[in-house]
Design a protein around this ligand. Structure first.
Ligand SMILES: O=C(O)CCC(=O)C(=O)O
Length: 268
């Protein structure tokens, strides 16, 4: 059963070099822990922060840098790395995109944020993704989300109907909305009877302050581990039997009525 560590880091505004150094320090520290995790998750846009005006200059062309870097670390340290999200430059624009690298250093998953967050200017600077993403890793099927995506129960439910047992959510969720962050992470876990692992950043930048409180929630809604407001590594062990137990106790997936309120079943 996989053990997950969330790397709750500070992110320097518009300074990828500093952020790569800090992320590597945390990755090496997490991988050296006595109970070594199987999977590491970084926050959202941990390479550039929200320096959206300069992403043309700072962005990572087709994610080449993050793939080479996280791939080499995953291979060396024998740990799967969900490299949060980065600013990915492409022919058709810049995307807020996540990459997951396996133990051979290869890309297992790519996902571009579906819901762009207007209050932080994403809709003006970024191109949205257009597909859901599921990835099999370390014996668990994970559905990929990024930050604001957490507000859309439709996406979480569709991923779970696709087969997700865990929702992975890198984020830069600012103050003062701690209550929304915690409540939504716990709600997505309870309503879908799955694990939620949500990694938020700390520190300040771009006129916002970030409260951390990264958390790992089980399918019954219990918070297994939660960070404070500083840099730290938040770790918990998943037990996939807990999904079955929650569904046996309350049979949400048998009882739902898509005939009345519409279905989010995958079409294919
Ligand atoms: O939904 C929120 O309150 C925060 C979302 C956000 O900060 C983001 O998607 O980057």
């Amino acid at each position: 059963m996989p053990r997950i560590s969330l790397l709750q880091m500070d992110v320097a505004f518009g300074d990828p070099e500093a952020n790569y150094r800090n992320a590597e320090r945390l990755i090496r520290k997490a991988a050296a822990a006595p109970d070594k995790p199987d999977l590491l998750l970084l926050p959202e846009l941990w390479d550039t922060a929200y320096d959206l005006e300069r992403l043309g200059e700072l962005g990572d062309w087709q994610g080449e840098r993050v793939q080479a870097w996280a791939g080499a670390l995953a291979r060396e340290l024998r740990v799967t790395i969900a490299a949060g999200s980065i600013a990915e430059k492409r022919e058709d624009g810049i995307r807020n995109a996540s990459y997951v690298m396996d133990l051979h250093g290869s890309v297992m998953s790519r996902y571009a944020k579906l819901h762009l967050f207007g209050p932080m200017g994403e809709d003006r600077h970024l191109t949205a993704g257009s597909t859901r993403e599921l990835v099999q890793m370390e014996g668990v099927t994970a559905g990929m989300m990024i930050c604001y995506d957490l507000r859309f129960p439709e996406l979480a439910r569709a991923l779970v109907l696709d087969g997700a047992e865990l929702l992975l959510v890198p984020a830069q969720w600012p103050k003062p909305r701690l209550q929304h962050w915690r409540t939504l992470a716990v709600a997505r876990a309870i309503e879908n009877q799955v694990y939620v692992a949500a990694c938020n950043r700390v520190g300040a930048g771009g006129g916002q302050e970030f409260f951390g409180h990264s958390l790992i929630v089980d399918p019954w809604g219990e918070v297994l581990a939660e960070g404070g407001e500083g840099e730290e590594i938040v770790t918990a062990q998943l037990d996939l039997n807990r999904i079955k137990e929650a569904r046996e106790r309350i049979s949400v997936f048998r009882d739902r009525r898509p005939d009345v309120y519409g279905s989010w079943e995958p079409e294919n």
